[in-house]
Design a protein around this ligand. Structure first.
Ligand SMILES: Cc1cc2nc3c(=O)[nH]c(=O)nc-3n(C[C@H](O)[C@H](O)[C@H](O)COP(=O)(O)OP(=O)(O)OC[C@H]3O[C@@H](n4cnc5c(N)ncnc54)[C@H](O)[C@@H]3O)c2cc1C
Length: 373
């Protein structure tokens, strides 16, 4: 039976990043990739990545390989409440940072990671059948939210379903985005426009619109022109006249955390360990932070300590479980706060937005947390 140091199961962005990161430590890695689903529609998403995620991708030599149109910097962010004039603005300049985030094309990032994996000397890509005949000191599960191996290990992943789904699509607008991300809390839906430079440089956006499932189904059933009209009504022309530049895709939304992140010979990372609402754009950032943390813990281990030593894996879990749980609570809390229809709740949340907007130190602190969480 073939032996590797670490078998990474799941070759999404988290799994591929982990394989590259651990290979750089000189470990022999097996990366189990499942068969691509025939006829699967291309992923229309682009991810808001924070500075810590960008730093990891730079260290893996993947960031510089991304074509310019696949990564757009965000300099400002405008978040609109559900009352006239209630808003909060964040800016990179105020934060003395180069940018607040980068919006990165999901399929292009996956493709560049796959290219880097092909050239990585210590990584062997395996089919599921081949992986079953591999012996590994440690198995890292990066299989995403529906991980079958996690379920086979008896780890619970109780998912709270929000009853909402997100519609994602690429858009073009009549006006330039000027590097400003926009978000509308519209009780009960949350609509985000992420500035992007493809297909039209300076005039493209990526839409993430989360809504109650019935409303989502209604919007998905509309033809492109009627959908664009609904979108333009929701954004009130604040981002210019918007039209679709891709098919629409829909994701059901929930929150979950695994009942255990590590056990004898295995460890969980990414969506296999935790699922959060995309309103704060943090799911992948959390997964890449898992990769960075596990790589750090393994790199710093005592030379005699085996890779699956429970003490070693506990160091990783200690570092990651609390911030991940906190991010889940924050997004969940925000969602509930803005879902309340009662006028008093509405008044309170909109006053809160205005107050935070005026409290520059608090705003700076919040932005700093988002930049490197
Ligand atoms: C609409 C939307 C917008 C989002 N926007 C953002 C954002 O702006 N910023 C952000 O940080 N996050 C965002 N996210 C979250 C982000 O998409 C996820 O957190 C991220 O994709 C998780 O990556 P992963 O590699 O852990 O899992 P996945 O992307 O699910 O990858 C898992 C991989 O494992 C494979 N696999 C599964 N089972 C097996 C098996 N048994 N054997 C082998 N392989 C297997 C799968 O095929 C897949 O390739 C968003 C999510 C949604 C739904």
């Amino acid at each position: 039976m073939k032996h590797v140091d670490v078998l990474v199961r799941g070759a999404g962005i988290v799994g591929q990043s982990l394989a590259l990161s651990l290979a750089r430590l000189g470990l022999q890695i097996g990366l189990c990739r499942d068969e691509p689903r025939a006829g699967a529609a291309p992923d229309v998403r682009a991810y808001a990545l924070n500075a810590a995620s960008v730093a990891l991708l730079k260290s893996l030599k993947v960031w510089d390989a991304l074509p310019a149109h696949a990564a757009t910097p965000v300099y400002d962010m405008h978040v609109q409440g559900d009352a006239e004039g209630s808003a909060i603005d964040f800016s990179a300049w105020e934060q003395r940072a180069g940018e607040l985030a980068w919006i990165v094309d999901a399929p292009v990032l996956e493709r560049e990671l796959a290219a880097a994996v092909r050239f990585a000397p210590h990584v062997q890509v395996l089919s599921a059948a081949q992986a079953d005949h591999v012996k590994a000191d440690l198995v890292a599960l990066c299989e995403g939210k529906a991980s079958a191996t996690r379920a086979a290990l008896g780890v619970r992943f109780e998912r709270h379903d929000y009853g909402h789904s997100a519609i994602a699509a690429r858009l073009v607008a009549s006006r330039p985005h000027l590097g400003t991300a926009r978000q509308w809390f519209r009780s009960p839906d949350v609509l985000a426009l992420l500035p992007f430079d493809a297909p039209e440089p300076q005039r493209s956006w990526v839409l993430v619109w989360s809504l109650p499932r019935e409303r989502c189904a209604e919007l998905m059933a509309l033809d492109d022109a009627a959908f664009a009209a609904a979108l333009n009504e929701a954004t009130r022309g604040e981002a210019g006249e918007l039209s679709l530049a891709s098919p629409r895709a829909e994701w059901p939304l929930g929150i979950a955390q695994a009942s255990a992140w590590a056990g004898p010979g295995w460890v969980l990372l990414g969506d296999a360990a935790h699922l959060v609402h995309p309103l704060a754009g943090q799911g992948l950032n959390l997964g890449l932070a898992d990769v960075a943390a596990l790589s750090r813990v393994i790199a710093a281990r005592e030379p005699w300590r085996p890779l699956a030593d429970p003490k070693l894996l506990r160091r990783y879990v200690r570092e990651r479980a609390l911030p991940t749980w906190a991010m889940g609570r924050i997004t969940d809390g925000l969602l509930h706060l803005f879902a309340q229809p009662a006028p008093a709740a509405r008044e309170l949340r909109n006053r809160g937005l205005g107050l935070v907007n005026r409290l520059t130190p608090l705003k700076r602190w919040l932005t700093a947390r988002a930049l490197d969480s």
